[in-house]
Ligand binder design. Structure first.
Ligand SMILES: [Zn+2]
Length: 324
């Protein structure tokens, strides 16, 4: 996210601009052609992330559309400048500095849903069962279809992803493991077994399953905010959620016409180059044109973090969006 624009409406009473500055527009002594009255304007705040990782997201500016009397009581990062002489020709009604608009952003219902699900007994049990299977040679998981109905699934072959995901009219989500790194049979010159590293963040295939679940949810009137794909690994648990509308669910797949092999290869190149969270988000954006898919990381202390890209260089940042 480069910068975020928040629009809000702010209303003012303007004076009758005649001699004596009568406040009441109905005052018969106000003879000016501009009688004054209530004016509402759309103002905006722009919050810009800089590329500096130490910057907490401040900066930015604001503006007015068609400001009354030409005044610009703009706010920067939600704080009105206090060194500015207020324009006395306008009077704010219920002064609105846009802070409410910013505060509303802090509630992320998708994040809250992730946090609450991970604290539910039935859900937590399944996660714990999967935690115990990370050293196996297959992926294991559960497909959630209907209240507390978790259907067990697993890879059909060793060292492959789960491909058979049974979806019915009640399916809302899927959780599964990405197994640990494993010895690939080769040895280094000093005799240490060589390991194949597995990618411990949802794969493009998982994103594909997620999009399929979203389309299924639309067809069956399941609220989209319930739909999830969770990945369990030794490096943490990640959940995909969707924040777009039913009308523009991305189609997924390679937008650059890559063969399945090249597609996978490119994905692991992204992970090597950008790291797990940034690699995944950047890959689905650049190579799959997938937007509005949010990535959450659940912590053992009950907190949920959201990872997101920002700036024109797609840097990665995270923020805690739920605390139990
Ligand atoms: Zn997966």
């Amino acid at each position: 996210m480069d910068s975020l624009h928040i629009n809000y409406e702010d209303c003012f009473v303007t004076h009758c601009s005649g001699t004596g500055r009568h406040t009441d527009p109905n005052d018969p002594n106000c003879t000016a052609s501009d009688k004054g009255g209530m004016r509402c304007v759309t103002r905006w705040i722009t919050i810009t992330h800089t590329d500096d990782p130490c910057d907490t997201g401040g900066g930015g500016g604001s503006g007015n559309s068609n400001p009354p009397s030409g005044g610009d009581n703009g706010v920067t990062s939600g704080s009105p400048p206090d060194d500015e002489e207020p324009d006395k020709s306008i009077i704010g009604i219920g002064p609105n500095d846009g802070l409410d608009s910013i505060n509303n952003l802090e509630t992320d219902p998708l994040c809250e849903d992730v946090g609450k699900r991970f604290n539910e007994e039935e859900f937590k049990n399944r996660i714990e069962q999967l935690d115990d299977k990370l050293d196996e040679t297959k992926e294991y998981g559960f497909v959630e279809s209907g209240p507390d109905n978790f259907v067990a699934v697993e890879s059909s072959l060793d060292r492959t992803a789960i491909t058979n995901v049974p979806i019915d009219s009640t399916t809302i989500g899927m959780m599964h493991t990405h197994y640990d790194n494993y010895p690939n049979g080769d040895f280094s010159v000093n005799g240490t077994p060589m390991m194949t590293a597995t990618i411990k963040v949802p794969s493009p295939g998982d994103v594909g399953v997620f999009l399929k679940l979203l389309r299924n949810a639309v067809a069956n009137n399941i609220p989209l905010e319930k739909v999830y794909v969770t990945m369990i690994s030794s490096k943490g648990n990640y959940t995909l959620k969707y924040e777009g509308s039913a009308l523009d669910i991305p189609s997924g797949g390679s937008v650059n016409m890559l063969s399945p092999q090249d597609f996978e290869k490119k994905y692991s190149d992204y992970i090597k180059k950008y790291g797990r969270q940034r690699g995944l988000l950047k890959f689905i954006k650049d190579e799959m044109a997938v937007t509005n898919v949010a990535l959450y990381n659940t912590r053992y202390n009950g907190k949920v973090k959201r990872y997101f890209l920002y700036g024109n260089k797609d840097k990665i940042d995270d923020e805690t969006c739920y605390e139990n």
